[in-house]
Design a protein around this ligand. Sequence first.
Ligand SMILES: Cc1cc2nc3c(=O)[nH]c(=O)nc-3n(C[C@H](O)[C@H](O)[C@H](O)COP(=O)(O)OP(=O)(O)OC[C@H]3O[C@@H](n4cnc5c(N)ncnc54)[C@H](O)[C@@H]3O)c2cc1C
Length: 314
Amino acid sequence: MKKVNTRMLSEKEWQELLKNQFKGSLECNVPMKNHTRLAIGGPADALAVPDDPLSLKNLIVTLKEQGIPFMTLGSGTNMLVRDGGIEGMVIMLQAFNRIEMIKEYEDSVEIFVEAGLLWQKLVNYCKGKGYAGVEGLTGIPGTVGGAIYGNAGSYGYETKDVIDTVAIMDQHGMLERFKVEGLRFDYRTSSISGGNIILSANMRMKKDASESVSMRTEDFFRDRREKQPLAEKSAGCVFKNPKGSSAGKLIDETGCKGMSIGEIQVSPVHANFFVNRGNGTAVDYLNLMEHVSVNIQKRCGITLEPEIKIVGRN
Ligand SMILES: Cc1cc2nc3c(=O)[nH]c(=O)nc-3n(C[C@H](O)[C@H](O)[C@H](O)COP(=O)(O)OP(=O)(O)OC[C@H]3O[C@@H](n4cnc5c(N)ncnc54)[C@H](O)[C@@H]3O)c2cc1C
């Protein structure tokens, strides 16, 4: 099969490729800096937002048949896209945003939530209803899909702890529902690999007094606001915490807090956040990561591992 050069395809050619089997929006040459919280990243060859699961299935079956690479993007809050952009197609699930209580037990509830829903909407829903389980995860930006994929966590809470089942569409368009025990979740990672798309999850929350859930949620949010540069353009923590230590503390102690390369700065508020002060580039961001990790390796003998997802062409 002749490899399709997706960089050269027009919107009309993409539509022809999809043989009218796709409902949703489709754009070509889309700057990823408009779709990432860091506001960095060259153009994706195409960006599709399917309206429904069948359109998503038809889309990925076609892409697979044509050998066109694709990736799923949530809200781009944990993502550094390189300056050369993304080959093939980026798929976003904004239309998959339902949340519903599906079963009530004596002391818990089961909630169905779609992957494109903003995570904070789930937190606010639980806060309003008195459902406990995600209070410490308040203020984490991004989508439900992104949180499940990376097992987002904070203040001792982890996404995996409230998951019952996850519905995943594989690279061939097959939909399968997995029990949480059938998946592997670890510190900021899961066994759900890049080509598989999370569509929804059933989550189990404990019933509690809504004032108590609300108070805990607000306390965690207040603490987060004091410690993190929430209003800045960042991708959250750059590096994972090494065992028994804190990456932010190490970066601070080795004198890198506040340091800049180009318009990317190690945040003076939280040293494990790198912020884009204006029109920073991925090259500057990666150079700053390299500088900081070499420094820590030399002084502490610790190799830092990235927490952010780095994608795209150089
Ligand atoms: C200010 C700030 C604070 C943060 N605080 C925290 C924190 O306390 N704890 C924490 O864990 N993270 C934190 N983050 C990082 C980030 O918000 C989380 O990792 C979030 O869960 C990412 O969600 P997203 O939708 O933006 O994912 P994206 O950044 O869009 O994508 C991240 C990864 O998930 C994959 N993905 C997304 N959706 C799907 C899907 N439906 N199916 C398959 N794969 C998918 C993408 O392909 C990518 O590999 C913070 C970020 C910021 C900017």
